[in-house]
Design a protein around this ligand. Structure first.
Ligand code: ATP
Ligand code: MG
Length: 429
């Protein structure tokens, strides 16, 4: 993509009510635009990051036999009356009435709807287990929307739901989702910490949240700091349950508080085995070898649109964003600082085409702008590798490679540029 073609409406300053670093950087790098309180448009650069997250989540869910569906944003109040949540959900629920005065609502979550779907189609234990997910906009009328897309009113969530025959099978599905979440976050380049959460009013006994530790986070978690370097991928259910890491609410309930350290963090995911709560209120029974039983259900959420903000909060410096390669909107940022020099421009154009031919996602700054502006924009939008063609090319046929995270810069002769690029972006096998 050529910078001149790609719409990146960078700003010099954010509005004065912007209080969090990630919010400031997302606004200034032209990733998002506020439409009204807690409601945002995603501009091309921001949407590209969002799509990367969506693609990864879809790939790994599909791989695990979880069926993608798309439920609507608008729901009927009827199903929420069945679960009794229409009255208890509170003011976070946006209630709407249509022209026939029918009570509708903008879905804050989908347990009721998936239970209604399950009840209609799943009649026998032979149909279980079943797992579904969708990626859909949610609305929660948060009392204090803030920090941009971090705590928005309208936001994008992946929510999955499972149906099992009994508790034992439900726990095994829960364990599979736990591991799937670790894999997803690891492949997104996010050092996630799973923490035990209270199951709260919903009942059932299993719930975990997935947190990213950052000093400006709104959540508090407590953990044995040895866990910071642990990989959790091969844990059994028992080991998962015995992990020494807890949400703030859970921490208040445990007795042995020794060796636990407090961290502030951002919640990016939440999984829940709530058992028969919704199947019982919906009178949802299936035939089994033991007669009619209520399916055992779970729900599993990832805050997709919160992830870019959390990652920026975790990884930035005074000049801007520093994307991990897994989430970066582009892999390489090619910068031509001598566009008036025909040799420089020819070289860049040729290199740009070669990079594209190798299916490496590159943005080429071909704009007629001052070098200072190009450098500051490149640092602001934070692509991990900058390749700069300027005076060193005119003099010695050399190109500069600059790593965004530590600003380490080396010069490479033009004939070695592609090899070095493949090596540094990890595309070389
Ligand atoms: P929080 O504790 O941050 O309010 P929650 O517990 O209400 O979140 P869940 O119902 O567990 O959220 O939703 C699943 C995920 O959706 C959360 O882990 C979070 O990443 C994301 N999320 C929830 N509320 C918001 C919001 N207002 N804006 C952006 N993302 C959100
Ligand atoms: Mg939660």
């Amino acid at each position: 993509m050529k910078f001149s073609n790609f719409f990146i409406p960078t700003l010099k300053e954010s509005p004065s009510d912007v209080k969090m670093r990630s919010h400031d950087l997302m606004i200034r790098s032209g990733m998002i635009r506020q439409e009204t309180s807690g409601i945002y448009s995603w501009m091309p650069l921001g949407f590209k990051v969002l799509k990367k997250i969506i693609d990864k989540i879809e790939l790994l869910h599909d791989d695990n036999g979880i069926n993608q569906i798309l439920m609507p944003t608008i729901q009927s109040s009827d199903i929420w009356r069945i679960s009794n949540r229409y009255d208890t959900y509170g003011k976070e629920m946006l209630r709407i009435s249509d022209r026939n005065n029918k009570d509708l609502l903008y879905g804050p979550t989908n347990e009721e709807m998936i239970t209604a779907i399950g009840k209609q189609y799943i009649k026998s234990y032979k149909n279980l287990p079943r797992k579904f997910y969708h990626i859909q906009t949610k609305f929660r009328d948060e009392i204090r929307p803030r920090f941009g897309v971090m705590r928005a009113r309208e936001f994008l969530m992946k929510d999955a739901y499972s149906f099992d025959i009994d508790n034992v099978n439900g726990e095994s599905t829960y364990c599979d989702f736990f591991k799937l979440y670790l894999k997803i976050f690891s492949q997104l380049g996010i050092p996630i910490i799973p923490v035990r959460a209270l199951s709260g009013e919903i009942g059932g006994k299993l719930s975990h949240e997935f947190h990213l530790i950052v000093s400006s986070g709104e959540s508090e978690i407590f953990l044995d700091n040895k866990l910071l370097n642990q990989s959790f991928g091969s844990l059994t259910l028992n080991q998962i349950l015995n992990l020494n890491s807890y949400t703030d609410e859970y921490f208040k309930n445990i007795e042995n508080k020794k060796n636990l350290e407090k961290f502030t963090s951002i919640e990016l995911g939440h999984i829940f085995l709530f058992g028969t709560k919704y199947s019982s209120s919906f009178n949802f029974y299936i035939d089994s070898e033991k007669g009619k039983v209520m399916p055992y259900m779970g729900s599993y959420g990832i805050g997709i649109s919160r992830i870019p903000a959390a990652v920026i909060e975790f990884s930035n410096d005074k000049d801007g964003i520093i994307w991990p390669k897994e989430l970066s909107p582009f892999s390489v940022h090619l910068i031509n600082i001598n566009i008036d020099d025909s040799e420089c421009s020819e070289f860049c154009e040729k290199l740009y085409n070669e990079i594209k031919e190798r299916n490496i996602d590159v943005i080429y700054d071909d704009r007629n702008e001052r070098p200072g502006k190009k450098f500051s924009d490149a640092d602001l939008i934070g692509i991990p590798l900058q390749i700069i063609c300027g005076n060193a090319y005119s003099k010695n046929r050399e190109i500069s490679f600059l790593k965004r995270f530590n600003k380490e810069q080396i010069n490479i002769g033009e004939e070695r540029v592609m090899d070095k690029l493949l090596e540094m972006t990890g595309y070389k096998k």
